[in-house]
Design a binder for this molecule. Structure first.
Ligand code: BTN
Length: 272
C-alpha cells in the first residue's frame, strides 16, 4: 500500500514529509539517489520490491523505502524486525561494474556508519562484513542481493535497516541490539539519518570505482576495535577460530589460524 503523496522530491512517489524535507535539504549531496524515490507505508520487504523493479529496468540509484516491513529479511536467512515508527527500511538499486561488486557491502557499511555519525554525533563501529554498531550493540544491518543474467552481474540491491528509535526487539537479538535514540538518550530525525547515509553512500560508491583502497582504509578505521581479536567464523558446517587480522582488497576477512592464513568470504563471525 502506498500513501498519499504529501510532498515532492525528484520523481519521488508517496514519500512522507519528514523524509521528503530531509532529502530536499541534502539534494545537492545525493547524486544518483536524488532522482527516484518510492515510499510505502507497508510492504513485505523493500529488497524484494527493489529486486523486482531492477528486473523491470529501474535505473541505477532508485531508492525504495517503507515505514513498516511485514517480511523484512536479514543476512543468513534471518528475519529483520521492522515495526512502524521504529526504524528506516530502505533499498537502493545499483548497477555497478562487476569488479567492484564484492566491495559494495564494505562501502555500504562505511556509509551507514558515517551517515549516522554525521547526523547524530554518535561514535560508530563496524563488524565484518557490514554490521553497524553503537555502544557495543548492533544498530544497523545491510543485506546486498545480486541479480544475474547468464552468470553476469546485472544489478545489486543494497538493503539497509537502521534501528532509529526501536524500543523492543525479538528475544533472540534483545541483548545485542540497540537504537540510535537509545544510545543518544533523545529522539532523532529519521529523515536526516537517511539523507546523511545516502550522501555518504554517494561519495563512497564513487570512490569505490576510482580509489577502492580508500574505502577499505575507512572500513578499517571503523573496525579497529574488532580487528586483532579472536573470532570464530562459521561457513556452512565448517568453523575456524583464529585472530581477525584485516580485510583484503576483495573485502574478505583475513584470519590467522595458528601459522595459517584463512580468507573468509562469507558466513557468520562471532568475536570471542
Ligand atoms: C542484517 O542481517 O544485518 C541485514 C539486515 C538488512 C535489513 C534491511 S531493511 C531494508 C531491506 N529490506 C529487507 O528485507 N532487508 C533489508
Amino acid at each position: 500500500m502506498t500513501r498519499t503523496h504529501p510532498g515532492t522530491f525528484g520523481s519521488s512517489r508517496d514519500v512522507p514529509r519528514d523524509i521528503c524535507e530531509a532529502l530536499a535539504a541534502y539534494r545537492s549531496r545525493l547524486g544518483m539517489f536524488a532522482a527516484d524515490v518510492s515510499w510505502y507505508s507497508e510492504i513485505g520487504s523493500t529488497n524484494d520490491v527493489a529486486l523486482l523493479m531492477a528486473e523491470r529496468g529501474a535505473p541505477d540509484g532508485t531508492v525504495v523505502g517503507a515505514d513498516l516491513q511485514t517480511a523484512g529479511r536479514g543476512r543468513q536467512g534471518r528475519t529483520w524486525s521492522s515495526p512502524a515508527g521504529s526504524g528506516l527500511y530502505v533499498s537502493m538499486i545499483l548497477r555497478p561494474p562487476a569488479v567492484i561488486a564484492p566491495l559494495l557491502t564494505i562501502a555500504a557499511g562505511v556509509s551507514v556508519a558515517e551517515g549516522i555519525r554525521e547526523a547524530t554525533g554518535l561514535s560508530m563501529d563496524l563488524k565484518w562484513p557490514n554490521d553497524v554498531y553503537a555502544g557495543g550493540r548492533k544498530v544497523a544491518g545491510i543485506l546486498a542481493e545480486s541479480g544475474l543474467s547468464d552468470a553476469r552481474l546485472k544489478h545489486v540491491v543494497l538493503g539497509i535497516g537502521i534501528n532509529v528509535n526501536q524500543a523492543n526487539y525479538p528475544p533472540e537479538v534483545a541483548t545485542r541490539a540497540t537504537s540510535i535514540e537509545r544510545e543518544l538518550g533523545r529522539p532523532v530525525d529519521r529523515g536526516l539519518v537517511l539523507a546523511s547515509c545516502l550522501s555518504a553512500l554517494t561519495v563512497r560508491y564513487r570512490q569505490l570505482q576510482k580509489a577502492p583502497a580508500a574505502v577499505l582504509d575507512a572500513w578499517r578505521s571503523y573496525a579497529a576495535s574488532m580487528l586483532k581479536r579472536r573470532v570464530e567464523c562459521t561457513v556452512g558446517l565448517q568453523s575456524v577460530t583464529g585472530v581477525a587480522e584485516d580485510i583484503d582488497e576483495r573485502g574478505a576477512l583475513v584470519v590467522r589460524v595458528g601459522d595459517e592464513i584463512v580468507r573468509v568470504i562469507s558466513g557468520e563471525v562471532v568475536w570471542r
